[in-house]
Design a protein around this ligand. Structure first.
Ligand code: PMP
Length: 377
């Protein structure tokens, strides 16, 4: 062994055991690719224009920038003390684990197929990630969840769910909140809620001290590069999270642009974007249904569509080679043969369809089998 590799081995060996074992989250950016049509990260396809107004870069920023908090509270229909702003919804996921779960003792629970960061964050902190598979219709298996709650401090429910696109039945979320009262926090991940705003559970905060709602500017607000997200909860829960958040989670430019995105004008633009994405999604859904290589397109309330293909790996590769990058969900439990397609511009979706149309259907191919390994989302 060379001197250098000996040194590398020793420093890796110093890392916490669970970090040594950890498979990091395979974000769309980490997976790379050489595409010119990026339909793999549920981003908005076009960049909104902003100009910085802040200049006070000599000073540390506010921990919780007042304008951003006030505007988000007004937009979400909650009180400012019920809002925590942070570095994306991914940081909200992490803060909850850090604040509520004792490593090596407590567990989080989530229901695959769902967003991959719940398990990665839990693993990072040495907290057990317990799973209860969603039912065949991708709704919560409430009796099985109830059976599995022993030691669980935090339950993540993603609605609309990534990558399936469906909403979780509100009455099931209520049942879960009743079952967990006094025992565990329920975090409802509403990253895509702007695409179905009527489905938010933000109005339920008055009834449930253990409800936390995760939000983001990365999707409908078209600001994935800004890294800005929110946790909505009663002030008692927010105060607990404030104990573990970094002293300056948001840089001054982030707070500046987030406040602009949440102005009247910013909100109007966001709603326009949502209408356009929803219209393109319906167009894409109809087009996909006419492709021979598509077996099924699932109903979506968000800015992506999940579809089952007759030969998803070769479809994925064929489009990849043409510069069209989709998200492979084939390895997720219950999603064999499935690819997730972000709604891009109408032209991008047309490129997608033009590439899919010539591909053969089931008679020519054998479907690959699914395994329950941890895969990128
Ligand atoms: N939750 C879900 C369901 C998501 O899909 C994502 C982003 N892919 C996030 C949270 C994280 O969002 P953010 O960019 O705000 O960290």
């Amino acid at each position: 062994m060379s001197e250098t590799s000996k040194q590398n081995v020793s420093v890796v060996g110093l890392a916490r055991e669970n970090v040594q074992q950890l498979t990091p989250y395979q974000s769309a950016r980490r997976l790379g690719g050489n595409g010119d049509v990026w339909l793999n990260a549920n981003e908005y396809a076009l960049a909104p224009h902003f100009e910085l107004t802040a200049q006070t870069f000599n000073r540390y920023p506010e921990c919780q920038p007042k304008d951003v908090v006030r505007r988000y509270a007004a937009y979400a229909g909650v009180q400012p003390e019920q809002v925590l702003v942070c570095r994306g919804a991914d940081e909200s996921i992490e803060l909850l684990i850090r604040a509520f779960c004792e490593p090596g003792k407590d567990a989080i629970l989530y229901c695959p197929p769902t967003y991959g960061m719940y398990s990665v964050s839990a693993e990072t902190f040495g907290v057990e990630g317990r799973t209860v598979m969603a039912k065949e219709d991708w709704q919560l298996d409430l009796p099985a969840i109830e059976q599995a709650l022993d030691g669980v401090k935090l339950v993540y429910v993603c609605s609309p769910n990534n990558p399936t696109g469906n909403l979780i039945n509100p009455e099931d979320i209520r049942s879960l909140l009743e079952t967990t009262r006094g025992k565990a926090v329920v975090a409802v991940d509403e990253a895509y809620i702007e695409f179905c705003p009527q489905a938010t559970v933000a109005g339920w905060l008055k009834d449930y001290p253990h409800l936390a709602i995760l939000r983001t500017l990365s999707k409908a607000f078209a600001l994935a590069g800004l890294r800005c997200g929110f946790t909505l909860a009663n002030s008692e829960l927010i105060d607990v999270l404030m104990k573990v958040i970094a002293p300056y989670p948001l840089s001054t430019p982030v707070a500046d642009i987030a406040a602009q995105a949440l102005s009247e004008q910013g909100l109007a633009l966001m709603r326009k974007r949502v209408a356009e994405v929803s219209e393109t999604r319906e167009w894409l859904r109809q087009q996909l249904e006419q492709c021979d290589c598509v077996e099924q397109v699932f109903t979506s309330e968000s800015n992506y569509l999940l579809a089952r293909f007759t030969a998803s790996s070769s479809v994925f590769k064929t489009l990849w080679d043409q510069g069209i990058i989709l998200r492979d969900q084939n390895k997720q439990p219950g999603l064999s043969g499935c690819l997730r397609i972000t709604i891009g511009t109408r032209q991008e979706c047309q490129r997608d369809i033009d590439a899919l149309r010539p591909l053969p259907g089931a008679t020519y191919t054998v479907r690959e089998t699914s395994s329950a390994s941890k895969e990128p989302m």
